[in-house]
Design a protein around this ligand. Structure first.
Ligand code: DGJ
Length: 781
């Protein structure tokens, strides 16, 4: 709902208020953002006061005391005494930066922004209950309009924002910086949380204490990147996981992005997000419009978890394509870590057969099925099936996979070109490079110049041809390098448009391909999670979270990711041990327990598993399928036990069912009890809590097994290996009937962990990197 009275706009979601005032009929002032408040028609109490002005600061032409530098503005155009970080810089035809944008008019209407499709960018959609406000700021002299667009999504407490510039002059205007959102707030006691990392280490949450200065979160790699995700949280110092004020900001964009939080000299903060100004310049011709990407804003007084939950609902309801909302995703087997490039038709079918036996539903053929690709040095761009390697056409292979009862999917990397490829030999100029300069490579490949229409058309043609003929139900769309050598032969003096045009080109291709094949499940990927953002999720409902499949690393990666993106978007696979990224060995049960909080897959050579491991995997898959809706669409919460052990939980919408996982990084001997607390169930309902039975390898006991075994079993000996292949121990039985309030407030004191030689029915055998899953169901069910 958006209400306007007495020069004040009240943007109200179910639980929050966002108040904007028009001051002196010119300036757009932020009056409040936070929990919903009752506002009278007199808004004076919310306005900043300027009594005698502020020393040497600059006043406005019509009110010398009014220091814009100390006013919470909704958008600042600079050069007017506001010295904070500016959201906006444009060069006028006379080369000046001389704008004056003042309030001119506004419009409020039902639904989302009318020009969303014209933007050529992904946007928040399906806004049946949404309302939009457009505030037009006008520059009288230059005849330009700067429009601030707000859309309110009431039920998920989200407000989106974007900025538009309309050039009504008769000359070209150059935009050098134009942020999607500026949010000025009147207090400065905040921390900032960002989601940082690198390849195989994506989105680790980092909390920074904000003192005076400007804190920047950015990417200039051409993608939203694994270095710093566009998601940021700005939280009050006292904010915890479940309590305190937290603001979440994200950007619906997959290219270079820039977020800044400035603690200003007057003890306020300014938050900015938008396209990165790095090497950015956009020419707006007369009568043309420039649209920024849409920024997403949410507020919760219920801590980081409040923001996580609101973003989760928002993504599931307003970002991912309708046909995939609430649609359960198949359990897949991916051959990448099972075979890498070294596969034959026989090997693939053997793997698929084993997968089908274990209950897997989708077989994904990863890199290496096209051109002459036997390693990563060739063939990108040659999207023609290597029939020799596959023993026939893609359709023939797909049919054989279908005959085993599995769906079939393939890997692609449409944005790239290998130097050693037919495509490059035909079109060397299609690779992104600066003329007459040596060219930087990444993973032996170049990036295709997708700013060019003819390049996009050729790639789309080749890909759609494959999809039309291949009998394919799933595509993994990969992108394995950062951009460099940014230049396009087609752009001339407009090279500053390269990065943004590249991502617009990617979006256009994704739109064409995903719209032509709405029933294919697309999973986006970029060397793992290098492009995990809302823009990608608009086209493809899930993303390969990270190339790192080590369960212990995944705990940090998936936790960080969950702060802005729901579990239904995160691809999570069980892989082999020792893990291929870390060489760490974690039990198959714990690898599964972590992976099932997401979209589950397996990525290892199942044919090499022991009999006992196959039995375990079969049971895991059956368990996951039974509770898949909960794992993919339940409300996710992360918390910590008093001793630091991790709890992840998912709760169904009706609170009748939940699953909790307790994960222990390192075993500490003879210490306090683990206390399992589960948050957000119905306090009045009685629940049955039961530990999922897990297999425990006898190898975990080493030599200690001889304390119980009638025959001596040598550690690492043949007997131990043979026994281990066919036989495992069962984890403890543990169950309780308790009310929801007990679970949340007191928690269950779980059975004692194994210590020394004391092992019996009452012991939980855990160890390092170990975990348990607890099923919680209402007794009323
Ligand atoms: C990077 C991806 O993240 C991997 O899962 C795999 O698909 C490789 N690319 C294939 O080249």
């Amino acid at each position: 709902m958006i209400h306007f009275a007495q020069q004040v706009f009240h943007l109200a979601t179910n639980n929050t208020s966002y108040l904007i005032g028009i001051r002196n009929n010119k300036y757009i002032e932020n009056l409040y953002y936070g929990n919903k408040i009752k506002v009278t028609e007199n808004y004076e109490a919310l306005q900043e006061r300027f009594g005698t002005g502020y020393g040497n600061s600059v006043g406005t032409p019509d009110d010398a005391m009014l220091t814009l530098d100390n006013l919470c503005l909704e958008y600042s155009f600079g050069g007017n005494g506001d010295y904070r970080h500016s959201p906006f810089e444009i060069r006028m035809p006379d080369y000046s930066y001389s704008n004056r944008f003042y309030y001119q008019s506004h419009e409020i209407y039902e639904g989302t922004f009318r020009e969303n499709e014209e933007t050529k960018l992904p946007y928040a959609r399906y806004g049946e209950d949404a309302t939009t406000l457009e505030i037009v700021l006008h520059d009288q002299k230059e005849k330009m309009d700067l429009i601030l667009v707000y859309t309110v999504f009431p039920s998920c407490d989200v407000i989106t924002r974007r900025t538009i510039l309309k050039n009504n002059t008769d000359s070209v205007v150059r935009v050098e910086r134009m942020m999607s959102l500026q949010l000025d707030l009147p207090e400065a006691d905040y921390d900032m949380e960002t989601f940082d990392g690198s390849w195989t280490r994506e989105r680790h949450a980092t909390r920074k204490h904000l003192e005076s200065g400007v804190y920047v979160n950015e990417s200039t790699t051409g993608s939203s990147s694994n270095r710093h995700n566009p998601l940021i949280l700005v939280e009050k110092r006292e904010c915890t996981e479940m309590t305190g004020a937290c603001i979440g900001v994200n950007l619906l964009y997959s290219g270079n992005h820039y977020e800044a939080v400035e603690v200003t000299p007057y003890g306020k903060i300014r938050i900015l997000t938008g396209i990165h100004p790095h090497r950015f310049e956009w020419f707006i011709k007369p009568e043309e419009t420039f649209y920024t990407p849409e920024a997403v804003l949410t507020y919760s007084s219920k801590g980081r978890h409040g923001v996580t939950a609101q973003f989760g609902t928002f993504v599931n309801q307003h970002i991912i394509p309708k046909q995939w909302q609430k649609r359960e995703r198949p359990v897949l087997i991916n051959n990448w870590e099972a075979t890498y490039f070294d596969f034959t038709e026989r090997k693939l079918l053997k793997l698929a057969k084993e997968a089908a036996n274990l209950g897997i539903e989708l077989f994904v053929l990863d890199d290496g099925w096209f051109g002459k690709r036997e390693d990563d040095s060739s063939s990108l761009g040659d999207w023609f099936v290597n029939e020799k390697k596959l023993g026939g056409s893609l359709r023939q292979l797909s049919n054989k996979i279908h005959d085993l009862g599995l769906q079939f999917g393939i890997w692609m990397e449409p944005e790239m070109i290998s130097e050693n490829s037919e495509l490059y030999r035909e079109h060397p100029d299609w690779a992104v490079r600066i003329p007459n300069r040596d060219c930087y490579v990444g993973r032996n490949q170049y990036v295709l110049d997708l700013t060019r229409q003819e390049v996009r058309a050729e790639v789309v043609g080749r890909i759609t041809e494959i999809l039309r003929n291949g009998n394919v139900q799933y595509v993994k769309w990969d992108m394995n390098r950062h951009l460099s050598d940014a230049y396009s032969a087609s752009l001339g003096e407009r090279q500053g448009e390269f990065y943004h045009r590249y991502i617009l080109g990617v979006y256009e291709m994704m739109k064409q391909i995903t719209e032509e094949f709405p029933d294919i499940l697309f999973e986006s990927c970029s060397a793992g999670g290098n492009r995990f953002d809302l823009g990608m999720l608009y086209y493809m409902p899930q993303i390969w979270t990270s190339d790192d499949t080590d369960a212990n690393e995944r705990v940090a990666i998936q936790e960080g990711t969950s702060c802005g993106y729901p579990l239904s978007t995160m691809g999570a696979h069980v892989s082999a041990v020792p893990n291929h990224q870390t060489l760490r060995s974690i039990s198959i049960e714990s690898r599964f327990n972590v992976a099932c909080f997401g979209v589950l897959g397996y990525e290892l050579d199942l044919t090499k598993l022991s009999m006992s491991s196959k039995k375990i995997v079969k049971e895991q898959i059956a368990f996951y399928k039974k509770y898949r809706a909960l794992f993919q669409f339940g409300s996710f919460t992360k918390s910590r036990m008093h001793n630091g052990n991790i709890i992840w939980q998912v709760v169904s919408e009706d609170k009748q069912q939940a699953i909790a996982m307790c994960y222990q990084q390192l075993q500490k001997p003879n210490t306090s009890s683990d206390i399992l607390k589960v948050i957000g169930l119905d306090p009045e309902q009685l629940y049955h809590v039961e530990a999922r039975k897990q297999a425990i390898s006898i190898k975990q006991f080493g030599d200690l097994v001889n304390q119980a075994s009638p025959v001596p079993i040598k550690e690492e000996g043949i007997l131990q290996t043979i026994v281990n292949q066919v036989y495992t121990l069962e984890s403890e039985s543990e169950s309780y009937d308790v009310y929801g309030d007990l679970l949340e407030l007191a928690g269950i004191k779980l059975k004692q962990q194994f210590v020394s030689t004391g092992y019996n029915e009452e012991t939980r055998v855990m160890g390092d990197f170990s975990s348990r899953i607890y099923l919680i169901s209402s007794k009323a069910l």
